[in-house]
Each structure stands twice: as C-alpha cells, then as structure tokens.
Design a protein around this ligand. Structure first.
Ligand SMILES: [Zn+2]
Ligand SMILES: [Zn+2]
Length: 597
C-alpha cells in the first residue's frame, strides 16, 4: 500500500477502543466540571472521537484546557471498564436525569437505532459500561483499563455546534472533538498533519492568492476564476492540449445542452437522472444541460462511415458539464456543480485495444509528472457478477488490458473486485500528496453500454460492420478539482512555469522605480511574468507580502543595482542569491522552468 495512513474506523482495533474509551473519560470530566450537563452521544471517529453535550453555557478554549486536565487526573485512577447487560426499565431508571439517553433507550427498545443514533435492523441488547463511577449507555467495545490510555497522547481539538440527531428542529448541542493516539509522538505527527492541512486549505489560499471565488449571487458550487487562477488554468490547458495533439488526439467542441431524446438514447435519463438538472423548454422541446460529453462525441463518430483504417479515433474536449450535488457535500473546488473535464473518448478495434490502454495510461503519467505529481495509487474495478451489460469475454479482455497496462507501468494497485459500473471495468488513479492524502484524479473507463445503445460501427477488413471498443478517459479529472489538488499539494507555491506572477521587482525607494519598470518590461519581453511593487511600503514589508503571495523570485533594486544594471535576487523560500546581472537571472528562470521546479 502506498497510502500513508488509512481510516482507523475498525471497531475491533485497539486504537478504536482507546478512542471510544477516551470519549467516556471526556464525558466524565465534563460532568465533573459542569454537573448539570446532559450527555448525548460520543462515538469514535476517524483519527479521534467526539461527544455531544447540552451545557449551561458555551464552552471557551480555557474550558477545553480544564477538561483536558481533568481527563488526565481521571486517567490516573487506572479504573477498569466493566460491561453489564440490563433491561430497558433498568436503563430508564439509571438515566432518569438524562433526557437524550432516555430517547436513545426508546430507540434501542424499539430496535430501530443504536446508542450513537445509527439505524439498526433488529432490537439489540441494552448494555452499559461503567468506569471510575461514570456510566454510559454503550455496547462497546472498550479497553480493559484506563492505564491503556497515554495521558500525554490525548488532545481536545475544538467545539462545534451539532443538532441533536442531526435534526435542525431539535436542540443545538456542543460537540467537543478530541483525538488520542498510542503515543505522544503519534499525537504530535497527527497535530502537524492537521495544521499542515489547514495551512494548505485551497479555499483559504484561493482567496489569499486571488485565484477563484464562489459567490452566493452566482450560486453554490459554481466557480468564478479570477485573473491569477484563470492564468494557471490557461497554462495548464495550453500545455495539456498541445500534448494531446502531439499524442494523436483530435480536439472537438460540443454544446452545453442537448435534446431529451439524446439523453434517452444514451440512457442518462434512466440511470443518471438524479444527477441532472431539470430540463429547459426550447420551441416546446425539452433540453438538458449535459452531465457528460460522451453522447456528443459519439454523434461526431457516427457522422460518417468509419473504416477499420480510420481507427483508433481519439476525440478530446475540455467539456464543461453540470451535475447535481447536494449543497451539504459541496466543498470549494473539490465538489462543485459545474466543472470542466479534460475529457476524451477513444474508439478502437479490438486488436488495438491493449495498446490504446497502455498509451492512455502512459500519457496520463506523462502529463501528471509535468505538474510534479509522481506518487500514485491505482485502483482496478472489475465486473459485478450480477449487474453488468455486454459480453463476459469482452469484459475479460478489457480487464486484462487494464491490469497489464498497470503492471507494465509499474503502478502499485488495489483490486476492487465487482466494483465496476455496470457498463465496463476501469482504472482510477489517485495522487498521494505531501501529507499522504489521496486525491482522485484520472479515470480510464471502458463502456460496453453506449457503443451498444448508439449502435457504433466501423467497417472491418472483411467488409462487414463491427462494434468498436469505446473508452472514456479524463486525466486531470476536472480543471476545478485539479486546481484544488494542486493548490493543496503545493500549499499555493506553484512551480515556476505555473506561477501566475513569476517575479516581483521591489524598488527600495521611489528613485529606483524607473529602473524597476524598465527591467520588468525587459523580463516581459523575454516571456517572464513580472510585476513591479510600486507601493510606498518598506522593502521588508514588500518582501513579506511577496512571500505570502508565493511569488517565486523577488528582485530587489537599490542605488547599486540600478547603477550597475543588476538585481539582488531572493527566492520565496527565503534563499538570498546575491546581486547578479539581469541576463543571468533570465537564464536561471528559463532553467527552473525547464526543470519544472
Ligand atoms: Zn462506550
Ligand atoms: Zn464519456
């Protein structure tokens, strides 16, 4: 496995038991400090735990520190956790002062919902856990003894509002999130990852670096690309489109909407309708915004008779699609309602298929490497034995081709047996970033459904019609998502070739302004994106701001530099390269661009 860390939600794992047990200790501490507290639910979650409380007042950061101290003194008791099965009546007696627990007991008795509020299919036994005098309605499992929790490996993270049962008509509770690990070192590593993730958050950086925005007047999940973000997108598209042309793809464009009949033929209105927006009427006919580009490319393929000699046909488009996402799952650039895919469809003969898959995968890695991305984890999804369309031998050939391409490319992959969509097997490629997080980017997906529904054909060497293989593939995925991933991976400090501003000239005093402007002009003529910081701020402030904007080079100009036709060079990493002639700086930039630094 190349992923650095996986979800720790396995209920039988020791870390799960430690986390859930620490949630009990936290509830005990909160009750000691605020005896009138009504306690709700407190499960272990990925990387930690939480507990929901109904408290007499809002908690402050000082309260969290006090609760944490109290937890450490409770842990010194080294109390044991004991389980007891009881009747609903006994449970009601025990929790008579705890209305949320009473409601959970009702649910347990009816057998519809467990003590964490999760739905159940049959009535469970009702059990409690007791530790150090604190009793919770709980099915466990727990650790045996509090001595198994390292007091130096716990940390309360924050407090957030949470509606009881997630229902906005019910009371708003205070949810304390905490984390606990096996050792203080593991805790420190986790807190570092958390802080790094915050520092790299593309939504914050997108605003600070003026890359993009989402405005409520425009609509949720719809991205406005500001000039600097648009420039990064333009450079990305320009590079990728040129590579597509070099690698045998044809570029096409297709409209944003299409007639209902098209989506009926494609089947989208049958199996994808919940992701599509309501139709609009044009001359009394229903049209839909496209959720995918495929039917349009298929129409281009079908526009004339294709011979075996014409294949493979690789049709690419930066196609903007619209898909419904619930507002609760929208997230910056990563989950949006309108996005542009770097989409392509490959139509080929069966004998060409293995080579086409190899080419698509290698092309994908070639493109991603150019962006400095080179740590991947692949997933191969195979046929579900019940739900599939097409012929089994075709599925097997396609799956073999995907598997062999992965192996030839030397990629580490996981098999998702039976995980394919009904219409064909696929490869998903996830990028593993600097923090070990996985981001879904590329997909290479066979389709035995659309080629059938649209009756795709080519005339073979035998003069007879044959069905071509059809493959959908997107390499970056979508421009929106890819930009979000790049921002997080680089913490906003794009490689020089992608940086919207590559160099900023910083005149020390107003008398250096004229030389700075001439120099900036020369740099622009040489194709280097340069700006002059003309503000009347002090030099140190300008350097700090340029560093915050992640501008790769800062060119400082004072009397000496202006007189000698030179610049003093600093990099965004803080490195000071001293004074050098402008021509030497240009050579260095060109080299950094070539080296993809
Ligand atoms: Zn418990
Ligand atoms: Zn497609």
């Amino acid at each position: 496995m190349s992923a650095a860390h996986k979800s720790e939600i396995d209920e039988q794992s020791q870390l799960y038991r430690i986390r859930h047990s620490t949630a009990h200790v936290m509830a005990e501490a909160v009750l000691q400090l605020f005896p009138q507290t009504k306690i709700a639910i407190g499960p272990a979650i990925e990387d930690g735990f939480y507990y929901d409380f109904d408290l007499p007042r809002a908690l402050t950061p000082e309260d969290l520190a006090a609760i944490e101290d109290c937890m450490r003194s409770i842990l010194r008791s080294e109390a044991i956790f004991t389980k007891k099965t009881i009747s609903a009546a006994e449970a009601r007696e025990l929790f008579s002062e705890q209305p949320y627990k009473l409601e959970l007991i009702d649910g347990l008795e009816r057998g519809t919902v467990d003590e964490h509020g999760n739905p159940l299919s049959e009535p469970p036994e009702i059990s409690i856990y007791e530790s150090d005098g604190f009793i919770d309605l709980c099915r466990g499992p727990h650790i045996d003894n509090m001595s198994q929790i390292n007091p130096q490996a716990i940390k309360l993270i924050n407090v957030a509002g949470a509606y009881w049962r997630g229902d906005e008509t019910r009371p708003m509770l205070q949810r304390i999130y905490g984390t606990v690990w096996n050792t203080p070192e593991e805790l420190a590593a986790y807190l570092w990852r958390l802080e790094e993730a915050r520092r790299r958050d593309h939504r914050k950086l997108g605003k600070d670096l003026e890359l993009f925005s989402i405005h409520p007047d425009v609509g949720a999940g719809l991205i406005l690309w500001h000039p600097k973000g648009a420039l990064v997108r333009h450079l990305t598209e320009e590079y990728c489109k040129n590579e597509h042309l070099k690698h045998g793809y044809d570029m096409v464009y297709s409209p944003h909407i299409g007639r209902a009949g098209l989506w009926e033929t494609s089947g989208h209105l049958t199996w994808y309708k919940e992701n599509m927006y309501a139709p609009m009427l044009i001359d009394d006919e229903a049209y839909y915004a496209k959720p995918m580009n495929c039917p349009f490319h298929i129409q281009i393929f079908r526009s004339k008779t294709r011979s075996y000699r014409d294949l493979p046909i690789r049709m690419a488009e930066w196609g903007t699609v619209y898909r419904y996402e619930r507002s609760g799952v929208l997230h910056g650039l990563l989950r949006v309602r309108g996005f542009t895919q770097d989409d392509a469809h490959i139509f080929c003969r069966p004998d060409q298929m293995p080579e086409e898959i190899d080419r698509a995968l290698n092309f994908c890695l070639h493109i991603l490497n150019h962006f400095g991305l080179n740590n991947f984890h692949a997933y191969l999804s195979t046929r579900d034995s019940d739900k599939f369309t097409g012929e089994i031998p075709e599925w097997e050939r396609a799956t073999d081709a995907l598997r062999q391409a992965l192996e030839r490319a030397g990629l580490d992959y996981d098999l998702d047996e039976g995980g394919a969509a009904f219409y064909g097997p696929k490869i998903d490629l996830k990028m593993v970033d600097a923090l070990g997080r996985e981001w879904q980017l590329s997909t290479i997906q066979f389709d035995f459904n659309l080629s059938e529904r649209f009756g795709l054909e080519y005339i073979g060497e035998d003069g007879q019609p044959h069905r071509p293989f059809m493959v959908h593939r997107a390499l970056l995925g979508s421009m929106e998502r890819f930009m979000g991933v790049l921002i997080e991976h680089y913490a906003g400090a794009f490689p020089v070739w992608l940086a919207p501003v590559q160099a900023v000239l910083i005149p020390i005093a107003d008398r250096h302004l004229a030389y700075a402007q001439t120099t900036a002009e020369q740099l622009k003529q040489a194709g280097i994106r340069a700006e002059v910081d003309q503000r009347p701020e002090r030099m140190q402030a300008k350097i700090r701001d340029a560093q915050n904007l992640k501008i790769p080079y800062m060119l400082i100009i004072g009397d000496k530099e202006a007189a000698a036709g030179q610049i003093a060079l600093r990099s965004r990493s803080g490195e000071d390269s001293g004074v050098l002639p402008l021509a030497d700086f240009m050579t260095r930039v060109k080299k950094d661009i070539e080296d993809l630094v």
